[in-house]
Each structure stands twice: as structure tokens, then as C-alpha cells.
Design a protein around this ligand. Structure first.
Ligand SMILES: NC(=O)c1ccc[n+]([C@@H]2O[C@H](COP(=O)([O-])OP(=O)(O)OC[C@H]3O[C@@H](n4cnc5c(N)ncnc54)[C@H](OP(=O)(O)O)[C@@H]3O)[C@@H](O)[C@H]2O)c1
Length: 200
């Protein structure tokens, strides 16, 4: 399959790209500063991506920012970042991808378990992740041409926890998390929120 991986230079995306290549897929790596350029915050750049990369079977998004900080410290700009980047960036991606992917192709987005398992500091991230889960379930009901749309909701990633100096025991490695994205692309899931902790 020809798979566009957005955020392929990131902690999760790197492992998704690696796993997809290992399974023989043709991977196009995209991000703001990657070999193929796209900025989720700019719908024109998403359209340009699909103009430059034609006949893709799948797009996987492992990108999108949101602010993680105490509720009392969250500013309007912090909330706007999550809305603009992680939420509406991925919504825009899905809207463009549905017109360009090959028939029976798939769209896989990223949310996070903070949607349903909040913690101190996650108010904005939980809002965005829950929005993405709801969006995906609903959008799946109206996908044309046999297209599928799913969202992976990762737990904390071990490598990220280590980088932040947090306890890594609660995390899952990026390689394990990547397996859920491959399952979404290669399987028959439709409108499903995939939790990597519950897959292989
Ligand atoms: N890591 C975790 O513990 C964890 C847990 C749950 C959910 N998540 C979610 O998973 C996603 C990826 O997380 P990560 O830890 O892998 O992130 P990361 O290591 O910071 O990597 C982010 C990737 O996305 C790209 N990117 C960022 N903003 C972009 C934009 N506006 N347009 C296009 N590409 C963009 C970056 O490349 P450029 O800079 O070149 O654009 C990079 O390749 C995020 O949405 C995060 O909220 C992460």
C-alpha cells in the first residue's frame, strides 16, 4: 500500500513509518520540515500534499499539538493551539483525504487516552482528544467510496515520559503504539477508537 505518514519524524510517527516499511508498504513521510512538506494548520498545504502525492491508499496522522499545563495556567492561546493544530488540523486532513485517497483507502488520526482518562494538566488535551474521538465515530458513518476512518488513542509513550523525566512504568513504547496504526491501516476497522494497550 502507498501510505502517507504525517509526523513521520516524531516519536510515534517514526515507529509507524518504520513498521509500515518493514511490512513492505510504500511510505511517504510528511511534516512541516520533512522531506515532503505539509502543515496541518494550513488547509492549502494539505491540498498541495495530495496534489503532489497521488494515488495514496492511506494517510496516517501522528501529528498535532495541544497544550498540557495546569487548568489555572491555560490561556486562550493554549486552547486555540489545540483547536487549530491537533483538532481542526486533523479534521481538515480527513476532509481533504476523503476526496483524494484511492477507493477503499483509510484515514487514521491520533487522539490520546487523556480523552477518557484525564489527569491534572490535561484539560485542553482531553478536550481535543475527546473531540477527535467523537468526530471519527461520526465521520465514519458518511465515508464515501469504501473509505475507512479510525483514530488511535495512545497512552503515554515510554520515550516521551523519559524525555519529560516522568515515571516510564505507565507508558507503552512507541513501537508498541505503532502496531495500532498498522492495525487501523491493514484491518477492517471503521469508526473505531483504537487503544494500543488493548491490541497485541
Ligand atoms: N508521545 C506521547 O506520549 C503521546 C501520547 C498520546 C498522544 N500523543 C499524540 O500523538 C501525536 C504525536 O506525538 P509525538 O510524541 O510523536 O510528537 P513529536 O515527537 O513531537 O512529533 C511530532 C511530529 O509531527 C510533526 N508536526 C508537528 N506539528 C505539525 C503540523 N502542524 N503539521 C505537520 N506536521 C506536524 C513534527 O514534524 P515537523 O516539526 O517537521 O512538522 C513531528 O514529525 C500528538 O498529537 C500527540 O498529542 C502522543
Amino acid at each position: 500500500m502507498k501510505i502517507i505518514v504525517i509526523g513521520a519524524t516524531g516519536t510515534i510517527g517514526r515507529e509507524v513509518a518504520k513498521a509500515a516499511i518493514a511490512k513492505g508498504h510504500d511510505v511517504v513521510s510528511a511534516s512541516r520540515r520533512g522531506e515532503v512538506k505539509v502543515d496541518l494548520e494550513n488547509a492549502a498545504s494539505i491540498r498541495a500534499l495530495f496534489g503532489a502525492v497521488s494515488h495514496a491508499d492511506a494517510v496516517v496522522c501522528c501529528a498535532g499539538e495541544a497544550a498540557f499545563k495546569p487548568f489555572a495556567d491555560l490561556t486562550d492561546a493554549d486552547y486555540q493551539l489545540g483547536l487549530r493544530s491537533k483538532l481542526m488540523g486533523q479534521v481538515a486532513l480527513a476532509r481533504v483525504a476523503k476526496d483524494h485517497l484511492n477507493d477503499s483507502g483509510s484515514i487514521t488520526l491520533t487522539a490520546g487516552i487523556l480523552a477518557r482518562e484525564p489527569m491534572v494538566g490535561s484539560a485542553s488535551v482531553s478536550l481535543i482528544n475527546a473531540g477527535l474521538e467523537g468526530f471519527t465515530r461520526a465521520a465514519a458513518l458518511e465515508m464515501p467510496r469504501g473509505l475507512r476512518i479510525n483514530v488511535v488513542s495512545p497512552p503515554w509513550v515510554t520515550e516521551t515520559l523519559a524525555k519529560l523525566g516522568m515515571d516510564t512504568a505507565i507508558g507503552l513504547t512507541a513501537a508498541r503504539v505503532a502496531g495500532a496504526y498498522l492495525a487501523a491501516v491493514e484491518g477492517t476497522y471503521q469508526g473505531v477508537v483504537l487503544d494500543p494497550r488493548r491490541l497485541g
